[in-house]
Ligand binder design. Structure first.
Ligand code: F6P
Length: 359
């Protein structure tokens, strides 16, 4: 058996651990593994297929990023080309990809990616490509699994940042507004906001009211707490407003979210008179070593993907469900973003601790 491995979309801590687990457990069965570099680009645009023996994956479990490289502009169904004037247009190169896959003599593909990559994988599976997916995203918004690897590391980085911001906010009697990633799901903001003792947490799932936020800051002031920490998810929006975008992207790609922290901070300063600063934590949340939790999850996912291939269980995604790693058909995963349930225990806990959720 010849197994191809591909990492697509934004990187996340734990990618290398998955690659290592796939390579070693495939090798355990006497199979060979190959890495496709930079998403599907390695098959579509250049000779980017590398053999992955045990030496290639030695000592990489704890490393952030991906040894294969990745891109979020490599959708083979909406492949972006440029004409002579430099204008972008899309072509469907999925048939080229399937042909290149078979020409390379591969028997199966392990596709490691988030919602966008899973969608592409599902379409490729419908074209007959034998593949198994592994859910990756710091956003934790993939359905069919309680966790995607990368999330725990991002939460840990964000919590650490909130801990550090407390001392400077308190020293200066300031409000600090911290913008965290997560796209249209508030998992990172909620988990790190609660763990990092934020006073206000704003999530995409709960459109916020600026009056309520200012009220919370004023009540802290009245109680002698002259500083506040406000966590805002990049996909959060006011009750009567829309999600802030840094960039509306062109063909074949997704919009970039961002900018809500600045808006919230300006309004807080205007209405409360409190000196306010913003921090956009950005890609720091995607960098660095995976936490122990993410390493273990990534290793389990990688090994489980190889077991699924051995069973011929293609068109599936491995996922964490309770103590078990299960397999979910891709059609039950794609197009269903997993958001924070408003009645979940973590939301209830935040409210009972007096944290304002802006509603
Ligand atoms: O999906 C992961 C993620 O980090 C999101 O949280 C964020 O909105 C997006 O990717 C940023 O993407 P890019 O790397 O293109 O800036």
């Amino acid at each position: 058996m010849r197994i191809a491995i591909c990492t697509g979309g934004g990187d996340a801590p734990g990618l290398n651990a998955v690659i290592r687990a796939v390579v070693l457990s495939a090798r355990h069965r006497g199979w060979q593994s190959y890495g496709i570099q930079r998403g599907y680009e390695g098959l579509l645009s250049f000779n980017g297929v590398v053999p992955l023996g045990s030496a290639a994956v030695r000592g990489i479990t704890h490393l952030g990023g991906t040894i294969l490289g990745t891109t979020n502009r490599g959708n083979p169904f909406r492949y972006v080309m440029r004409d002579d004037e430099g204008a972008e247009y899309e072509v469907d190169r999925s048939d080229d990809l399937v042909a290149a896959f078979h020409a390379s003599g591969f028997d199966a593909l392990v596709s490691i990616g988030g919602d966008g990559s899973l969608q592409i994988s599902h379409q490729l599976w419908c074209k007959g490509l034998p593949l198994v997916c592994v859910p990756k995203t710091i956003d934790n918004d993939v359905s069919g699994t309680q966790r995607s690897f990368g999330f725990d590391s991002a939460v840990s980085t964000a919590t650490d940042a909130l801990d550090k911001l407390h001392s400077t906010a308190e020293s200066h009697d300031r409000v600090m507004v911290v913008e965290l990633m997560g796209r249209y799901a508030g998992w990172i903001a909620l988990y790190s906001g609660l763990s990092g003792s934020a006073d206000v947490i704003l999530l995409p799932e709960i459109p916020f009211d600026m009056d309520k936020i200012c009220e919370k800051i004023r009540s802290r002031e009245a109680a002698g707490r002259h500083f506040s920490i406000v966590v805002v998810a990049e996909g959060a929006r006011p009750k009567d407003g829309t999600v802030e975008l840094v960039e509306r992207r062109g063909v074949g790609t997704v919009d970039r979210l961002g900018g809500i922290a600045g808006k919230v901070a300006r309004t807080i300063e205007h209405h409360t008179g409190k000196e306010t600063r913003t921090l956009v934590l950005g890609h720091l949340q995607r960098g660095g070593s995976p936490t122990t939790y993410d390493r273990l999850l990534a290793l389990r996912f990688g090994a489980a993907a190889v077991r699924a291939i051995a069973d011929g269980d293609f068109g599936t995604m491995v996922g964490l469900n309770g103590p078990d790693i299960t397999r979910v058909p891709l059609e039950q995963v794609v197009g269903r973003s997993k958001n924070v349930p408003l009645d979940c225990d973590t939301i209830v806990t935040a409210r009972q601790l007096g944290i304002s959720l802006g509603d």
